[in-house]
Design a protein around this ligand. Structure first.
Ligand code: ARG
Ligand code: ZN
Length: 846
C-alpha cells in the first residue's frame, strides 16, 4: 500500500504517560504496557502492531475481546464509542528477540538485547500509535539477569535483575531504546553551559574498552561545539552510547541512549583508518546533534524526514569542518553528494528531499533526504547570511521546541526572520532532479556578461521542472592570477538570466560555484589554460579543486574513448606536486583520479553509452602515464610524507597519510606493488596497512599480505570486514567476481551480519568494471545474494538494490542481464515489501 503525504490527519488522542515493563528472555520476552490516553479530537483509537503474540488487552483494566485483533500485521482499532475521554490502554504481548534477524524492534546481537525503532520498529515491540507526531514521557522497567540494563532518560531505580528509567521529555516511539547485556563503560563527565553535570558513558563488550576512547572524546567535542555554534545544551543527567555488532545502518539517536554500529565506535590506530576515525567523530556528532534537531523538535510524519536528517547532516558537516579542515571537508562532501545523490537523482529512484508518497519508509533514508537535504540548508544559509542563519535557528528552537514539525514550519522561520518570500525556494524540497546550469560568457570593452541557463530533466512522476532559486557564488581571477572580484553571490531565479561585471581591465577567468554553492551540475566553455590558472590561483579551495578535477575528468573521458588525452592534466599535476607539502590533504585530493563510476556518469551526461572495460583500461593507462612522467617527485613525496609518529587521527596527520597513499597508488602502476609491499610490512597503523593492501590486490601481488592480515586480525570482526571488502573492490575486474564467490563460500562469511554482507557484496558492486562485467556475472552474483538475504533482513537487502540504479545508461546487452537478474528477485516467493518497492521502481526505468 502506498502512503501519501496528503493523507496525514492529526491523531485524535494525546498521551499523558507511557509505562512499559519488560521481562527479557531471548525466545519469549514479555512486554506489559500502560498508556494513558486523552481525547483531543474525533476518531477511533488506532494502534500499530506487527508480529506480536497478544496475551491480553484492556481499557481501564476491563479486558478487551482479543477478537478485535487484526488478522495479520495491521492496526488494532477500538471504536470511539467504546472509549471515555481519558482512559488507560493496557496490553501484554510476547515477542521473540532471537528470531528477529531483520534487526528492527527488539533483537539480539552477540547475546545482548538491543532495539532499533526508527522508523516503524516500535510496532514490533507492542501495540502503540507508532507515528512520530504522538509524543509521550516514558517510564520503563526492565527485568533481566543481564548485568547492564539501559533505557532512555534518567535512571530512577536499579536493583539486582531490575532497572527503572524515566524519560521526562515527551518523545515519539521511534526514539525508544532498550539495551541489556554484559557491557563495560568508559566514562567521563560534562558540565553544560548552564552548569548541569552530565554522566557520559560509552558501553562496549568487555575487552573493547581500550577501543572506545576516541568515541568518548568525540562526544565531548560535539557537546561543546553545539553549545558554542548553536547555543544547544544537553537536557538529561546521563548520556549513554552503546556499540552493537549487528545494525542495519550507522547509528540511532534514541533519547539519551544512542545505539551505534560498532564500526562507528571502536577504533585504535592498529585497527581503524583515518577515514574510520573521521566518520566516528562525525556520526557521534550527528547522533548527539539530533537531541535538538530530531528529538526535542521532531517530524510530524515521515515525509518530513529531511527536516531532521538534512539539518542534522548539515550540522555534523559544520562540526567536522570546525574540528578538521573546513575546505577538505567541503570537497569530500561535494564528492559524496555527486557520487551518491546525483546518481540517485539521475535514475529511476529519483525523489525530492520531501517525497509525497512511499510504500516503505525505510527505503527513503537516502542520499537525497540526507545529503541533498543538507545542501538545501547550506543554500538557505548562504542566501540569508551567517548572522541571520543563527537568529533563524534560535527562532526555530524557540518556537517549535517539543513539537512535531513540517518542512513548512522550517521554511516559515526563515521567512519570518529574513522577510523573504521562499515560495520558489521551497521547490528544492518538493522537486526531484539535479538542475544543469550552463554559463555562457561575453567579453567586450571591459565588461563581462555571464548568461546562465538552468534546466532539470524530468524525473519519475514529475515531468515539469519549473526554475529554482540558485545561489551562484563566484569570483573573478585576473590573467596574472590575482583575484579581481572576491566571492559574490548571484541569485538566479529564472530559467535564463544574465549578470554583468563592468570596469574590468583584462578578461578574467570565472571561478564558478565557489564552495559548491548549489547542488547543480555545471556546463561551461573553458579552456585548459584557464582551468590550469584556476587550479594554480583560485582563492576558493572548492573551485580550485574542481578545476583540477575537471582537467582529470576530461583526460579520463578522452582515454575511455581511446584517445591519448591527458597532456594538460599531466602538466597541471607538476604544479600540484611542487606545492604539495604546503597542503598535503588538498594535494592528495588532486592526485586521486576520479573513479570509474564518475567517468561513466560524465560520458552518459555527454550522451554516450559508457563502456566499463574501456573506462577501466583508459584510467589505468592514464595513471601509468602520470606515474611515469612524475616518478621522482611522487617517490620523494611518498617518503617525505612518512609518519613521524606517534599516530594522530587529526587533519594534519591524516592529510599527510592521504598524500602518501595517493602517491603510492600512482607509483604502484610502475613497480607492480614493490613499494606497497614494503609499506604493508612496515605499516604502523591501519590507514597505511589497508592502503598498501589495496595496492597489492590491484597489482595481483596479494597472497602473502592477505594471509598475514588474516593472521593478525582474524579475531577482529571489524577489521576482517575490511579484508572482505578490499578484495572484491580492488581485484582486477576479470577476476573479481570469481574471487567474491570464493570469499562468499568461506565459513567466516557471516552474511547475516549487515557489515559483513555489505563488505563483500557491496565491495563487488562498487568495483565498476567487475559489477558491470559484460557477461552479467556481476549482476548475477549480487542478485543471488540479495535473494538469499531478503527473507532474513529486508532493510539491508532493499538498500543494496541501489547497485542497479544506474542501469538505464548502459548498453542493451548489460541491461538485459540486469533486467533478468532483477526479475528473478521480483519473482521470489514472499519477497519483502522493502525489496519489492525498490526492484519495481528500478525495473520501471529499465
Ligand atoms: N536516524 C538515524 C540517523 O540518521 C538513522 C536510522 C534509520 N534507521 C532505519 N532503519 N531506517 O542517524
Ligand atoms: Zn540522522
Amino acid at each position: 500500500v502506498t502512503q501519501y503525504l496528503a493523507d496525514w490527519r492529526p491523531y485524535p488522542f494525546r498521551i499523558a504517560r507511557t509505562r512499559l515493563e519488560f521481562d527479557l528472555a531471548p525466545r519469549a520476552t514479555r512486554v506489559r504496557s500502560r498508556i494513558e490516553f486523552q481525547r483531543i479530537g474525533p476518531g477511533d483509537l488506532a494502534l500499530d502492531g506487527a508480529g506480536l503474540k497478544t496475551l491480553s488487552l484492556a481499557i481501564d483494566d476491563q479486558p478487551l475481546d482479543l477478537g478485535l485483533l487484526p488478522a495479520e500485521g495491521g492496526q488494532l482499532v477500538i471504536p470511539a464509542a467504546d472509549l471515555p475521554e481519558r482512559f488507560t490502554f493496557a496490553a501484554e504481548v510476547e515477542i521473540d528477540p532471537e528470531a528477529n534477524t531483520a534487526l528492527e524492534g527488539l533483537y539480539l546481537s552477540g547475546g545482548m538485547f538491543c532495539t532499533q525503532c526508527e522508523a516503524e520498529g516500535f510496532r514490533h515491540i507492542t501495540w502503540y500509535p507508532d507515528r512520530p507526531d504522538v509524543m509521550a514521557p516514558f517510564e520503563v522497567a526492565i527485568r533481566s539477569d543481564q548485568p547492564v540494563l539501559l533505557s532512555n532518560g534518567n535512571p530512577v531505580a536499579a536493583g539486582p535483575g531490575e532497572a527503572v528509567w524515566h524519560d521526562p521529555w515527551p518523545k515519539p516511539a521511534y526514539l525508544f531504546a532498550l539495551v541489556a547485556g554484559d557491557l563495560r563503560a568508559i566514562s567521563d563527565r560534562f558540565t553544560t553551559l548552564s552548569g548541569r553535570s552530565v554522566a557520559l558513558n560509552v558501553w562496549v563488550r568487555p575487552g573493547d574498552e581500550p577501543r572506545a576512547g576516541y568515541a568518548l572524546e568525540s562526544l565531548v567535542r560535539a557537546m561543546r561545539w553545539d553549545e558554542q555554534a548553536y547555543g544547544r545544551e544537553y537536557d538529561l543527567d546521563v548520556f549513554n552510547i552503546v556499540a552493537v555488532d549487528d545494525f542495519n545502518m550507522g547509528a540511532m539517536e534514541n533519547k539519551g541512549l544512542n545505539i551505534f554500529n560498532s564500526k562507528l565506535v571502536l577504533a585504535t590506530a592498529e585497527t581503524a583508518t583515518d577515514g574510520d576515525y573521521e566518520r566516528i567523530e562525525g556520526v557521534i556528532g550527528h547522533e548527539y546533534f539530533h537531541n535538538w534537531t530530531g528529538n526535542r523538535i521532531t517530524c510530524r510524519d515521515w515525509f518530513q524526514l529531511s527536516l531532521k536528517e538534512g539539518l542534522t547532516v548539515f550540522r555534523d558537516q559544520q562540526f567536522t569542518g570546525a574540528m578538521r579542515s573546513a575546505a577538505v571537508k567541503r570537497i569530500q562532501d561535494v564528492q559524496t553528494l555527486r557520487a551518491r545523490q546525483f546518481r540517485e537523482d539521475a535514475g529511476p529512484l529519483a525523489h525530492p528531499p520531501r517525497p509525497d508518497s512511499y510504500q516503505e519508509i525505510n527505503n527513503f533514508y537516502t542520499a537525497t533526504v540526507y545529503e541533498k537535504g543538507a545542501e538545501v540548508i547550506g543554500m538557505l544559509k548562504r542566501l540569508v547570511g551567517d548572522d541571520l542563519y543563527r537568529k533563524t535557528l534560535d527562532l526555530y528552537f524557540d518556537r517549535h521546541d517539543g513539537q512535531a514539525c513540517t518542512i513548512e514550519d522550517w521554511i516559515k522561520v526563515f521567512e519570518d526572520t529574513s522577510g523573504r518570500d521562499l515560495t520558489q525556494f521551497k521547490r528544492w524540497y518538493t522537486d526531484a532532479g539535479t538542475p544543469r546550469l550552463t554559463m555562457a560568457e561575453d567579453w567586450r570593452d571591459g565588461t563581462l556578461t555571464l548568461t546562465f541557463r538552468q534546466e532539470t530533466a524530468p524525473t519519475p512522476g514529475q515531468p515539469e521542472k519549473p526554475p529554482r532559486v540558485i545561489p551562484i557564488a563566484l569570483g573573478l581571477i585576473g590573467p596574472n592570477g590575482d583575484e579581481v572580484l572576491p566571492t559574490t553571490v548571484l541569485e538566479m531565479t529564472e530559467a535564463e538570466q544574465s549578470f554583468r561585471f563592468q570596469g574590468l581591465g583584462a578578461r578574467p577567468v570565472v571561478s564558478l560555484l565557489r564552495g559548491f554553492s548549489a547542488p547543480v551540475t555545471v556546463a561551461r566553455e573553458i579552456g585548459v589554460d584557464q582551468q590550469a590558472l584556476l587550479l594554480a590561483h583560485d582563492t576558493d579551495a572548492c573551485a580550485r579543486w574542481q578545476a583540477g578535477h575537471d582537467l582529470a575528468l576530461d583526460a579520463l573521458v578522452g582515454r575511455a574513448r581511446g584517445t591519448e588525452a591527458g597532456a594538460e592534466f599531466g602538466r597541471a599535476i607538476a604544479g600540484v606536486l611542487d606545492d604539495a607539502e604546503t597542503d598535503p590533504a588538498f594535494a592528495a585530493l588532486c592526485l586521486s583520479l576520479p573513479g570509474e563510476e564518475e567517468i561513466a556518469t560524465t560520458l552518459a551526461a555527454q550522451g554516450e553509452i559508457p563502456d566499463p572495460d574501456a573506462i577501466h583500461a583508459g584510467r589505468e593507462a592514464l595513471a601509468r602515464d602520470i606515474a611515469a612522467a612524475h616518478e621522482p617527485a611522487l617517490a620523494r613525496l611518498c617518503d617525505a610524507m612518512a609518519d613521524p609518529g606517534p599516530y594522530r587521527p587529526d587533519a594534519e596527520g591524516s592529510g599527510r597519510r592521504s598524500l602518501r597513499l595517493a602517491c603510492l597508488a600512482l607509483l604502484n602502476r610502475l613497480d607492480a606493488g614493490a613499494r606497497a609491499e614494503a609499506l604493508f610490512d612496515a605499516a604502523g597503523n591501519m590507514t597505511e596497512r589497508q592502503g598498501a593492501l589495496e595496492c597489492l590486490i590491484a597489482a595481483g601481488r596479494d597472497t602473502r599480505a592477505l594471509a598475514d592480515f588474516a593472521q593478525r586480525f582474524g579475531e577482529n570482526r571489524l577489521v576482517m570486514d575490511k579484508w572482505f571488502m578490499v578484495q572484491p573492490l580492488r581485484a582486477a575486474p576479470d577476476r573479481a567476481v570469481a574471487r567474491a564467490r570464493d570469499l562468499a563460500a568461506r565459513p567466516d562469511f557471516d552474511w547475516k551480519n549487515p557489515n559483513r554482507f555489505r563488505a563483500l557484496i557491496g565491495g563487488l558492486a562498487a568495483n565498476h568494471a567487475a559489477f558491470h562485467a559484460a557477461d552479467g556475472s556481476g549482476y548475477d552474483f549480487v542478485a543471488e545474494w540479495l535473494m538469499r538475504l531478503d527473507p532474513v533482513n529486508p532493510q539491508t537487502t532493499a538498500r543494496m538494490t541501489t547497485a542497479f540504479e544506474t542501469m538505464p545508461r548502459y548498453d542493451a546487452g548489460r541491461r538485459a542481464h540486469a533486467r533478468a537478474a532483477l526479475q528473478r528477485i521480483a519473482a521470489l516467493q514472499g519477497l519483502s515489501r522493502n525489496t519489492r518497492e525498490m526492484v519495481t521502481r528500478i525495473l520501471a526505468g529499465l
